[in-house]
Design a protein around this ligand. Structure first.
Ligand SMILES: [Zn+2]
Length: 78
């Protein structure tokens, strides 16, 4: 398991996501953004907008995924 924070994934807070793969933490971040924004959070709105834009435009979002996966791979195993 490795840990990446909301901030490491482009978000504004330091909530930690745990996962065995980069996809796990990316999905956890996606869920986190949706949940807090649905609960009325304003500071996560730009990050959620970015995330949605990446889902809609996978080619343009690819650079972000590659970076997130590299960052994840570079983390020490916890
Ligand atoms: Zn957050």
């Amino acid at each position: 398991m490795k840990t990446m924070t909301c901030q490491q994934l482009g978000g504004p807070c330091d909530l930690a996501h745990h996962g065995a793969t980069a996809d796990d933490v990316i999905k956890a971040q996606d869920k986190h953004l949706k949940e807090v924004v649905a609960a009325g959070d304003e500071v996560h709105k730009p990050a959620l907008k970015d995330m949605k834009a990446r889902w809609r435009r996978p080619i343009a979002g690819m650079g972000w995924y590659r970076k997130a996966k590299q960052d994840f791979a570079a983390l020490p195993e916890a």
